[in-house]
Design a protein around this ligand. Structure first.
Ligand code: BGC
Ligand code: BGC
Length: 846
């Protein structure tokens, strides 16, 4: 029990913590074990589960004979086309009400980047209007159909988080720190109400993942690394969203249906790779990742979303032993199973447009955002050919109808006629914001306090750091946009940035506050709060190679040191989706608070706890406890600095601070950057050769000549001195590549909107140019002709990875994600090559 010893006093002071630490020790043991005692458990199976070793539960939603009779009647009346339509869900990007009418689609969704009228940022009333439009089309029987009402799914994962003006609650990792299931239920109930205002019926939440590796870009979507803590929340969240299990006719009230995701072991993949492979034993699969599904089922969760990821090398979306054998038959799940965003296309032998394997494995509804028509036609064709048993189709349709009946969808009328619809004052209401503010207070974790906190009411404060006045930054991914990027404070009406919350509280207490991102001041403050940390990301875009804070975000460390050197007490406040190695900040600051991703009420909740009363007493206590262990090093090599369940309070006796070891972080890079500031990232090379790959030369030092003297390479300035490589080709064909010996699997990036981004300045445009991608094997690359005009400054171009895949490249073993091929004389400079979505100019894919 190395953990109990560390920070031991504070832990032992509190029985609650002791209990949690004990659980942590168990969990950590569980995760690190390769095989269960007795040697029966092995991580080396073929992805076939043994349902008999899984627990049995009772799905509590009462079977209503009247409803069952209606379902049976409908199944008799529906055509095969109508049945197949129910099994398909399309994204708003790519479907119209007319499509819903014609194909009888069972559901629509709004993905992270979609919105009504093609606009992610559409105002709330447009969502309700769109909901009416799709609903009315779905029930239109003028074409002679049965007219089954459609349901609309949305990622309301921390409040109704796609909508401008909604209350944004802390992301789940922060809620995990609050260890308060009753609070979780109130958050669920508030979220359900806000969803009802804009007319949707279904949220793809709660995420009940149990992350075991915080390099994973989705770790913040999970409450905790501890399965028991996660499980203790799930029932509460499901009840908050859906009501109690015996409740039906939910749309007559103020509820929506929930979806626990992502089944199963999305947080257990090797290396924390998003959409990766959980190479774990079936016992770990059950005891760590399966645990939260118990309370979900026992509380009647209506839907379960299957994970993109694999278990023992086999994609979950096609895994019959887990979906049908374990989830439905053994655990007794009585709702319907939905897949994830084109995840069926990743199943062995499938494509986005064809995957009967999903339905055969037990999937009931395909999330086929842009591929719905292909999936529909393919399923129909195969059903007609007898390749899919009719019983399976009827079972899937019946499960979907059962949920629709439970909602009361058939009697609910159009979305705008239902309770709460269009009641705009409920969206972001003061009551809901108050719950969020309470959640922020309870989620804050205090890691260090050398007597600076609470800040005195009446004090003169300086608020510094690059993240202080940025609500989007404090909200993280899955906020209004998919990645949570491209947003300004104006897009959070009613929200309060950390800076604004501190300022309001300081002034209310008779003090003052100034905002100064770089920490400079004219009048010496009594104390400084320096806000720093991660920037928003979602899914695989947040995957990292290590647990280091991205190097470009560590600037505020210097600000902390500078302020402290001037004799000013410093409070560091970290915005983050995960525990990270931040020893320099822990050393530099006098107090250190982890704020996680607190959302729109972050500023108010933070100020409640940080700023005391006039007598210098706290107004609110710190009660938050780490929902996952905090790393000592970026590679976690030396175990945890602070264990799961750790957190100081205002009552913790102060101990002398022992300086933490600081390591050289310059080696810990961002896995998605291949070439930066004119040099290749570690394990990458810059190579110049003929287009046919002859005469390739690795450019290690400059100046250099290549391809028989036809090309000359020098260093040139970009954002920083010598921040680019200039390539002058006198004539003929040339190919500049950024390549690696270790093939890179870019399949999951390709599945999204990720681009290869390259920053160039062209001084002489080549007669012809193309962007190519190379992979390991013969003939598995592809190329896209591009036009790169002369510009007088650097431009960050982007080409979607999908473009290469569409032209036949094998994205699972890429050796050169960037090759610029030119013909004729050319002169250009290359500063950076990386993956991302923030292109200044998107190149067309022809
Ligand atoms: C994510 C899901 C999400 C879905 C719809 C997927 O890419 O993995 O969590 O619910 O998109 O936006
Ligand atoms: C969508 C997300 C989805 C993701 C999957 C994005 O374009 O907006 O909802 O999760 O793609 O790759």
């Amino acid at each position: 029990m190395e953990y109990a010893a560390r920070g031991g006093e504070t832990v032992l002071n509190r029985p609650m913590r002791l209990a949690l630490v004990f659980v942590a020790a168990l969990t950590l043991n569980a995760c690190s074990r390769e095989a269960a005692p007795g040697g029966t458990a092995s991580a080396e199976g073929d992805g076939t589960a043994h349902p008999e070793i899984w627990p049995e539960y009772k799905y509590p939603v009462p079977v209503d004979p009247a409803v069952e009779a209606k379902i049976a009647d409908l199944l008799k009346t529906m055509t095969l086309e109508e049945k197949i339509g129910q099994l398909v869900q399309a994204d708003l990007c790519c479907v119209t009400p007319d499509d819903v009418r014609k194909y009888n689609l069972g559901s629509i969704l709004v993905g992270g980047n979609s919105g009504p009228n093609g606009n992610d940022l559409s105002p709330a009333p447009d969502w309700l209007k769109a909901a009416d439009g799709f609903y009315l089309a779905s029930v239109d029987k003028s074409d002679g159909g049965v007219g089954i009402p459609v349901i609309w799914g949305t990622d309301a994962v921390h409040g109704h988080s796609n909508i401008i003006g909604a209350t944004i609650f802390p992301h789940n990792i922060g809620l995990g720190a609050a260890h308060d299931p009753a609070l979780i239920e109130r958050i669920g109930a508030a979220t359900a109400k806000e969803i009802r205002v804009t007319g949707q019926e279904w949220t793809f939440a709660p995420t009940v993942t149990v992350p075991q590796d915080y390099r994973w870009g989705r770790a913040y979507e999970g409450y905790s690394s501890d399965p028991k803590l996660v499980a203790s929340y799930v029932g509460a969240m499901v009840r908050g969203l859906q009501g109690t299990p015996d409740e039906t006719n939910l749309l007559a009230h103020d509820k929506v249906i929930a979806s626990t995701k992502h089944f199963l072991a999305d947080g257990g993949t090797k290396g924390g790779v998003d959409q990766g492979d959980a190479q774990i034993s079936e016992e770990d699969l059950r005891d760590i990742h399966g645990l939260p599904y118990g309370p979900a089922i026992q509380n009647g969760v209506a839907t379960v979303m299957v994970s993109f990821s694999s278990w023992q090398g086999k994609k979950l979306t096609g895994n019959k032993s887990l979906i049908t054998g374990v989830l439905k038959d053994r655990m007794g799940f009585g709702g319907f199973v939905v897949s994830d965003w084109n995840a069926h296309g990743q199943v062995e032998g499938c494509t986005n447009n064809s995957c009967p394997q999903g339905l055969l494995a037990g999937l009931d509804m395909y999330m086929a955002p842009d591929s719905w028509k292909g999936v529909y036609e393919d399923l129909l064709k195969r059903a007609k050919a007898g390749e899919i048993p009719m019983e399976r189709i009827d079972d899937a349709v019946a499960r979907i109808l059962r949920v629709k009946f439970r909602l009361g969808l058939f009697e609910a009328g159009k979305p705008s006629d239902r309770p709460l619809a269009g009641d705009w004052k409920v969206l972001g209401s003061p009551e809901h914001r108050e719950i969020s503010r309470e959640a922020v207070r309870k989620s804050l974790v205090l890691l260090k306090n050398q007597g600076v906190l609470p800040l005195k009411a009446g004090a003169r404060l300086l608020v510094a750091g690059d993240g202080a006045d940025d609500i989007a930054r404090a909200s993280g991914g899955w906020t209004i946009s998919w990645q949570g990027t491209g947003l300004t404070n104006a897009m959070f009406p009613g929200g309060t940035s950390l800076w604004a919350g501190l300022k309001q509280a300081a002034e209310a207490g008779g003090g003052s506050a100034v905002l100064s991102p770089d920490g400079s001041f004219t009048q010496k403050p009594d104390a400084a709060v320096v806000v720093f940390g991660e920037k928003p990301y979602a899914e695989f875009q947040g995957d990292r190679a290590t647990l280091a804070l991205d190097a470009d975000l560590t600037g505020p460390y210097a600000t902390m040191k500078k302020l402290k050197a001037q004799g000013i007490p410093v409070v560091a406040v970290m915005i983050t989706g995960r525990p990270l190695y931040v020893n320099p900040a822990l050393n530099a600051a006098d107090a250190f608070v982890v704020a996680w991703l607190p959302g729109t009420e972050g500023g108010k909740g933070l100020a409640d706890v940080l700023i005391g009363d006039a007598a210098g007493k706290p107004r609110f206590q710190f009660t938050g406890l780490l929902p996952a262990a905090w790393p000592k090093t970026p590679d976690m090599a030396d175990g945890a600095l602070y264990p799961f369940g750790y957190g100081l309070t205002y009552a913790t006796p102060r101990a002398a601070w022992k300086a933490l070891a600081e390591i050289d972080e310059s080696s810990a890079g961002d896995a998605r950057v291949y070439f930066t500031k004119g040099v290749p990232a570690s394990s990458w090379s810059l190579v110049l050769g003929n287009i046919d790959r002859g005469e390739e030369k690795r450019i290690t030092t400059v100046p250099a000549d290549a391809i028989g003297g036809r090309a000359h390479i020098t260093a040139t300035d970009a954002a920083v001195q010598e921040g680019a490589r200039r390539i002058v080709v006198s004539d003929g064909g040339a190919a500049l590549a950024v390549s690696s010996h270790d093939p890179l699997n870019l399949s999951r990036e390709t599945n999204g909107d990720v681009m290869v981004l390259f920053t160039v300045k062209v001084s002489k445009a080549p007669a012809k140019a193309a962007l190519a991608l190379r992979c390991d094997g013969s003939g598995c690359g592809s190329r896209e002709p591009v036009t790169l005009p002369v510009t007088n400054s650097f431009v960050r171009y982007g080409l979607q990875l999908k473009c290469f895949a569409g032209k036949g490249a094998d994205m699972s073993k890429v050796t050169a994600p960037f090759i610029l091929e030119t013909t004729g004389p050319a002169d250009y400079a290359l500063a950076e090559v990386r993956l991302g979505t923030d292109a200044e100019k998107v190149l067309p894919c022809n």
